[in-house]
Design a protein around this ligand. Structure first.
Ligand SMILES: Cc1cc2nc3c(=O)[nH]c(=O)nc-3n(C[C@H](O)[C@H](O)[C@H](O)COP(=O)(O)OP(=O)(O)OC[C@H]3O[C@@H](n4cnc5c(N)ncnc54)[C@H](O)[C@@H]3O)c2cc1C
Ligand SMILES: NC(=O)c1ccc[n+]([C@@H]2O[C@H](COP(=O)([O-])OP(=O)(O)OC[C@H]3O[C@@H](n4cnc5c(N)ncnc54)[C@H](OP(=O)(O)O)[C@@H]3O)[C@@H](O)[C@H]2O)c1
Length: 240
């Protein structure tokens, strides 16, 4: 692995803590859904963290979607970056939250919390999902309505969208959390599609507690973890 030099083109602030960093320079080969480590030199040390690509592989400008974790060493610095600033990008993208690992199915469910939306935006900007799945459902769960980001991009895609806003009432979004809505049928009702092992592939990304609880709810519905040697329907990526 080597470090490549990137330059910030833009740092869009959606809220006080949410940002999208557009970076030019590094030329990387990756598959939509993968991540790469990005780094800054802080106090003489290179501090690196994995970030999922938001951009599709064919886009020469890299895009990352992040949240400031105030006590974290890197994310507060990323939030502060401005156009022209330097950022290091690792040369070796990686990750298994990719469609090439998934069996075909009728419905592709993409379940995310917070910044876990990022890899699904990359996937949705490729043509592969529409070639392989009859229906695609994008689910994004956030605490507050203002965190429902990238709505314009998502509206341009032929994807059913279900949002959750958990800490305030928001018309058009479901209340509460994804696992409860899998169990009580509200998620399927909102999407107009069934979650079932014979018709669904489910990718999940974001908060590890959501991943654990949602997987348990999916297992109760007869789905199981997807493995190369033992195909199933559930593929996850934890952000921490
Ligand atoms: C495979 C992978 C892909 C990732 N992709 C992204 C991405 O696209 N966007 C992104 O913002 N982060 C992503 N992360 C998390 C990211 O690598 C950092 O952990 C995060 O930016 C915080 O960095 P930090 O150094 O400030 O704090 P850290 O020391 O890394 O984290 C401190 C704590 O912050 C919380 N935390 C970390 N990341 C998040 C998050 N994304 N949302 C809410 N709470 C969090 C956790 O409680 C964690 O223990 C990814 C992580 C992994 C493993
Ligand atoms: N979002 C903010 O307003 C904010 C502000 C300042 C700093 N931060 C930083 O960002 C971090 C959190 O990031 P985030 O807001 O993206 O967070 P998050 O805590 O992952 O919440 C995102 C969504 O996931 C849901 N969720 C949490 N645990 C779940 C579970 N077990 N099962 C199903 N759903 C679950 C949350 O519901 P619940 O609401 O029910 O938990 C919320 O709807 C904090 O640790 C903090 O450092 C966030």
């Amino acid at each position: 692995m080597t470090w490549l030099q990137g330059r910030v083109l833009e740092n869009r602030h959606w809220t006080e803590t949410l940002f999208s960093l557009r970076v030019e320079g590094p030329k990387l080969a990756f598959e939509a859904g993968q991540f790469v480590r990005i780094a800054l030199d802080i106090g003489g040390e290179r501090v690196a963290r994995p970030f999922s690509f938001v951009n599709p592989p064919q886009d020469p400008v890299l895009e990352f979607y992040g949240i400031e974790v105030p006590e974290g060493p890197l994310s507060p610095r990323l939030l502060e970056l401005r156009a022209g600033d330097a950022v290091h990008v690792a040369s070796n993208p990686a990750g298994f939250l990719v469609l090439s690992e998934l069996p075909d199915a009728e419905v592709l469910w993409l379940l995310s919390t917070g910044t876990g939306l990022a890899p699904f935006l990359s996937i949705l900007q490729t043509e592969t999902p529409w070639r392989r799945f009859r229906n695609i459902v994008l689910v994004h769960a956030v605490r507050h309505a203002k965190e429902l980001v990238y709505r314009d991009l998502i509206r341009q895609k032929n994807v059913r969208t279900v949002s959750f806003v958990s800490r305030e009432a928001h018309p058009g979004s479901l209340a509460g959390r994804i696992p409860a809505a899998i169990r009580d049928g509200r998620l399927e009702a909102a999407a107009g599609l069934r979650i079932a092992p014979d018709s669904s592939q489910v990718m999940l990304c974001g908060n590890p507690d959501m991943l654990r609880d949602a997987q348990a709810a999916l297992v109760e519905r007869g789905l199981k973890k997807h493995r190369r040697r033992s195909p199933g329907q559930i593929t996850v990526e934890s952000f921490w």
